[in-house]
Design a protein around this ligand. Structure first.
Ligand SMILES: C[C@H](O)[C@H](O)[C@H]1CNC2=NC(N)=NC(=O)C2=N1
Length: 95
């Protein structure tokens, strides 16, 4: 799957609850779960999807919180893969 570079505004229009990062072409969102177990289950599912998409999040976890930044390093900006990853995360976090 090739990278298709996209304007950041176009990416934001297709995802829920993400915002532009300050100072770089990237988007961020904070996910909050019931506890560490739920947060880590989310990260595990995202990790498997990241391998399938060959698109990996920048993220950190503190107990029930997962802070995620998405960007496409190969194009130094946003791409269709960021949309795919963000939509996957939105979908499973809401489930
Ligand atoms: C070689 C490998 O396919 C690339 O480096 C992939 C891996 N995962 C990636 N993840 C992200 N977030 N951006 C990339 O450009 C990227 N590129």
């Amino acid at each position: 799957m090739a990278h298709v570079k996209m304007p950041l505004d176009e990416v934001l229009a297709q995802v829920t609850g993400w915002t532009r990062c300050t100072g770089r072409e990237a988007i961020e969102k904070q996910f909050t779960f019931a506890d560490f177990n739920a947060a880590f289950a989310f990260m595990t599912r995202c990790a498997m999807r990241a391998e399938q998409l060959d698109h990996h999040p920048e993220w950190s976890n503190v107990y029930n919180r997962v802070d995620v930044v998405l960007t496409t390093h190969d194009v130094d900006g946003m791409s269709d893969r960021d949309v795919a990853m963000a939509q996957f995360m939105d979908g499973i976090a809401a489930a």
